[in-house]
Design a protein around this ligand. Structure first.
Ligand code: ZN
Length: 138
């Protein structure tokens, strides 16, 4: 049987994304499925676990996952960490500039600049970010 070359290429690059919480294979979805009110995300891809709804986005308009799937609980604490951290630089009288705030957080968490993205933090890193940011505001 002859299999066209482009089909082989597609098969080679199709990897399934597995949910780190329940080991189910995540469904590939589009922004339209997940964020129907965000037309700007319609051509983006997302992976979502059919069981626990853990989710992640993809690089650009590709189907390459950005990190690992995040549970609803992790997504929520990332959002909280962002809110409290952003108050350090994004207020009327900020304590830091945006880059200073990121630099200080990088140092506090002992990460590299490339690793300091709240969207990629785990639960523990988010907790540390929240505690540190609240302390810094005093
Ligand atoms: Zn799951």
């Amino acid at each position: 049987m002859h299999i066209p070359k482009d089909i082989i290429q597609t098969l080679k690059h199709t990897t399934s994304v597995v949910c780190p919480y329940c080991n189910k294979i995540a469904d590939l979805k589009t922004g339209k499925d997940i964020y129907p009110h965000r037309t700007d995300l319609y051509n983006k891809y997302f992976y979502e676990c059919p069981k626990c709804k853990a989710r992640c986005g993809c690089h650009g308009s590709t189907k390459k996952p950005l990190g690992t799937l995040a549970s609803p609980k992790l997504r929520k604490i990332r959002q909280q960490a962002h809110e409290v951290f952003d108050k350090l630089w994004n207020t009327y009288k900020p304590k830091y500039t945006r880059s200073e705030a990121y630099e200080a957080l990088t140092k506090h968490l002992n990460l590299t600049k490339e690793e300091t993205h709240i969207a990629q933090f785990d639960y523990y890193q988010c907790e540390k970010t929240i505690i540190w940011s609240e302390h810094e505001q005093q």
